[in-house]
Design a protein around this ligand. Structure first.
Ligand code: GFB
Length: 327
């Protein structure tokens, strides 16, 4: 599948002046990093740099140190990492733990060695306990047991957050961590097995609209999730970079959620047609509810601008075109 809205492998932005601060977006070819890159490009006034994973393996400590030392960025956004849906997370815990720990440790230590002024580390809402009170406040971290399906990924992300907090306490760095809710948007991974719920469902509905076969979704449909368009995430992160400077992570979400059943209805409406849906209850439901408390972010003056229905339609239009172009 092509990804027309992704920056090139060995990326740097054009039209820059010598005075523009350098921003390194680690993971710029992923869903999140790509959106952050576009948001910085739209804003202007920065010299963007990055490398594709084929050119710089962030699990390689020496290569990572060398790149950060040579580039000497003022700001580093850590949006690189191994990500996947509920099934990928529970099937490959070693990869999710090992890759994400290595990437965070190498990059944070390299940023310290190169005296990087501002680091924004991205975690995930799955770092909070499975039964955290809703909406989930940032203070819930480490107050209870994690959801078993993505425990390895969550532990890796918690280690990164503590590492950032450690650099603040031990070395006085004003680095921060942000915890996005479930994300979606153009350029996502639409794999029906390894993908996150929204793109995975979208690919299933799209295939069913062509084949006439029933759509097979996972679990009971009753868990509730909050979904944020990745362009809204990127705009929120620019606000966080500009205005937030505290050791506690800051949640990034919309403040409202839907059931997986309701999500399926919205995706079905976007795809069109009267499609039959079956629920495979042998697949895990995961956490019953995962709604973030976004009070801290709202206090910075940021609110989302893309409604879920609108974002689903826009993402589906992109996907449909992408599938057609690549097939
Ligand atoms: O874990 P979860 O929030 O999302 O749960 P990701 C997805 C919910 O959707 C579960 C159901 O209740 C699934 O059973 N579901 C129904 C499906 N159909 C599908 C489908 O076709 N694909 C998928 N993936 N789910 C991640 C976490 O997974 O969420 C990550 O595992 C991370 O660690 C991220 O925290 C935010 O499946 O999207």
């Amino acid at each position: 599948m092509t990804n027309s809205n992704k920056p090139s492998t060995n990326a740097s932005s054009g039209g820059i002046t010598a005075d523009d601060p350098t921003v390194y977006v680690a993971g710029h070819r992923g869903l999140v990093g790509g959106a952050i890159w576009r948001a910085f490009e739209d804003k202007g006034g920065v010299d963007l740099v990055s490398r594709a994973s084929s050119q710089l393996d962030l699990r390689d400590r020496n290569a990572t140190f060398e790149f950060v030392a040579d580039t000497r960025p003022e700001t580093v956004i850590i949006s690189a990492g191994k990500v996947g849906g509920i099934l990928a997370n529970s099937t490959y815990p070693v990869d999710f733990l090992s890759d994400n720990v290595l990437i965070a440790v190498n990059l944070l230590d390299a940023c310290h060695a190169a005296d990087v002024e501002r680091v924004l580390y991205l975690g995930s809402s799955c770092i909070y306990p499975k039964m955290a009170p809703q909406p989930i406040s940032e203070d819930s971290m480490l107050t209870g047991a994690l959801e078993p399906t993505n425990e390895a990924y969550a532990i890796a992300k918690i280690a990164g957050i503590l590492h950032v907090q450690g650099y603040r306490r031990q070395y006085g760095r004003n680095w921060v961590s942000a915890m996005p809710t479930n994300l979606y948007g153009p350029g996502d991974n639409f794999d029906t097995t390894a993908g996150h719920v929204l793109p995975s469902m979208m690919a299933k509905f799209h295939a069913a609209s062509r084949s006439g076969e029933p759509v097979v979704l996972w679990g009971s449909g009753s868990p509730r999730r909050e979904f944020l368009h990745v362009d809204d995430l990127a705009s929120a992160l620019l606000t966080v970079l500009e205005k937030y400077d505290a050791p506690e992570p800051i949640n990034v979400g919309t403040g409202s959620d839907v059931s997986i059943l309701e999500l399926a209805g919205m995706i079905s409406d976007a795809v069109g047609g009267d499609l039959q849906v079956e629920w495979d209850r042998s697949k895990p439901d995961g956490t019953p509810r995962k709604l973030l408390d976004v009070g801290r972010l709202n206090e910075l003056g940021w609110t989302p601008s893309i409604q879920l229905r609108e974002g689903i339609q826009q993402t589906y239009d992109w996907y449909k075109n992408d599938v057609t172009v690549s097939s």
